[in-house]
Each structure stands twice: as C-alpha cells, then as structure tokens.
Design a protein around this ligand. Structure first.
Ligand SMILES: [Zn+2]
Length: 276
C-alpha cells in the first residue's frame, strides 16, 4: 500500500505537472470509485475546473480546483494516477479519465478497486480531516519527540507496531515504514507502548523522520505495485533493511537473521538480535 513517501511523491508530481491545467472532459468507467457523486454530477462539476493546488494529509491526496471543490483521493492498495501525453489504450483497471486542456490525459487506475475519490467543498475539507482524527504529520517541523510521546500515551496498551499503523497516533506510516523505523531504532515490534523508555521514543521518533525523509527523496518504494504518475518505480525499495528481508542477515552486522511473523494481521519483519 502506498504510504506517506509514495503519496507525497504523487502529490509533488501533480503539483508540478498538473496544477494550472484545466479539466476539459471526464469519463468514469468505474463509477463506484466516486463515493459522493454520480458520474454525471461529478463530470458536470469538474469540467472547466483548473487544478489550483495538490495537498496531502496522512495518506490522502487533496486536489483543489478553481470551482471551489476538492477531490480527496485515497490510493489504498493499488490506486494510481497516470499522466500521459495522449489518450492511453483502454485498460480494464481505469476508473476515471480526466482530459486536460494541455492535451494530456490523467487517469486514475486501481486494479484492486479499494481506492476512493470523494468530492467536497474546499472550505469543508479541514473539518472532514478533523473528524477523521488523523494524528500529526511525522515530517512536520512541529512533530517533536515530545509530541510523539504524548500521541503514544493515547495508545499505551498497544504493541508499538500497531500504534505506528494507527493513523490517529501518527499519520502516513504503514507496514513498510513501521518495520523499517523499528529496525532502525532497535525496538521489537511486539513491545508494548507503555514499556518504551524515553530514549526508545526519542530513537524511534528520529528513525521515523529519517526514513520517511529518505524515502520521499527517493520517490518512495515500489514494494508491490506502486508507480508514480509517470509510470516509474520509486527508488527506495532496494534500500529497505527490514521489510521483505526475512531469512537474510541483519544489515547492522550483529549476526541476526531477520524474522517474519503476522502481527495484528500484518506481516512484520524484525531482527531478533538488536531489536529489543
Ligand atoms: Zn540486527
């Protein structure tokens, strides 16, 4: 599933390549992706609108348009935007097609169909996000170790891996970057939050910010199906040290062999030697 670095990469690309362009046509081959409108109402609202900003909160893209509407887009497992110079060949996973005034075409594809698009008035988006209860953005300069500790305190009975995946604790971290951050900071994923010492919280806070920053700089990880809006893979996947590394030697050089088990329904990877 795309996590913060992948969604942020898509956001940056949409901001650079699509903001300023105008939608001149919309077709919706898979109307169920639109959770708030019929296809006809959606097309009527969006044709003629300019994309004026591409924002992100947690793993949700917020695309603002000149008609006063915002499209909230969640990529979920396999949702993806693809920007092409010409109308692409019909693909069965294409859910929405936006024709742009520049002559380019922006499609939203989703093989698994878990992704969604909601249209809201831009001025109502802040309230929507507040109701979702997302925790702080880990790359926000205001996200300090103290803030992290206070968020974790609300999840003190959980295992740390599950707290990291809870979007109301911190926003944007998913399975891959939770495993990587715990590996980096030497904390076992099964540790209970209330058993973490202050030094553990500080180390984990630093690891989350470091790894997410590096992954954003590398355009994210194509661990599964993720591609950016130009159809390219992210470059961070080969740099993962824990996720998908079960059975291999720990890159910390401690002689550990990485293990994998299912924790809270998610495959979890860790080194039994240095993660305590
Ligand atoms: Zn290790």
């Amino acid at each position: 599933m795309p996590e913060l670095p992948e969604v942020e990469t898509v956001r940056r690309q949409l901001a650079a390549a699509v903001v300023g362009d105008t939608i001149v046509g919309v077709t919706v081959p898979y109307p169920k992706v639109l959770q708030t409108q019929t296809s006809a109402a959606f097309a009527k609202a969006m044709v003629g609108a300019d994309m004026v900003a591409a924002r992100r909160r947690a793993k949700v893209l917020l695309l603002d348009f000149s008609n006063g509407m915002t499209l909230l887009v969640h990529l979920k497992m396999t949702g993806r935007f693809l920007l092409t110079d010409r109308h692409p060949e019909q693909r069965k996973e294409t859910e929405v097609v936006f024709l742009l005034a520049s002559g380019r075409v922006l499609t939203f594809d989703d093989v698994r169909h878990f992704g969604w698009i909601k249209m809201r008035r831009t001025h109502e988006v802040a309230r929507y996000l507040e109701e979702e209860g997302y925790g702080p953005e880990p790359l926000d300069p205001l996200f300090s170790a103290d803030v992290f500790r206070s968020r974790l305190a609300l999840h003190s009975g959980k295992r740390i891996k599950q707290a990291l995946l809870d979007q109301t604790c911190i926003a944007g971290v998913g399975n891959i970057y939770a495993d990587e951050s715990l590996w980096e900071s030497g904390i076992a994923p099964i540790r209970r939050v209330h058993r973490l010492r202050t030094a553990d919280v500080v180390a984990l806070h630093g690891a989350i910010r470091l790894i997410l920053s590096r992954a954003v700089a590398d355009g994210g990880s194509s661990a599964n199906d993720y591609l950016d809006i130009f159809g390219r893979k992210g470059n961070f996947f080969p740099k993962l040290q824990a996720y998908g590394k079960d059975g291999t030697s720990c890159a910390k050089g401690d002689g550990g062999i990485l293990r994998k088990r299912v924790l809270g329904g998610r495959g979890t990877h860790w080194c039994p030697v240095h993660q305590k």
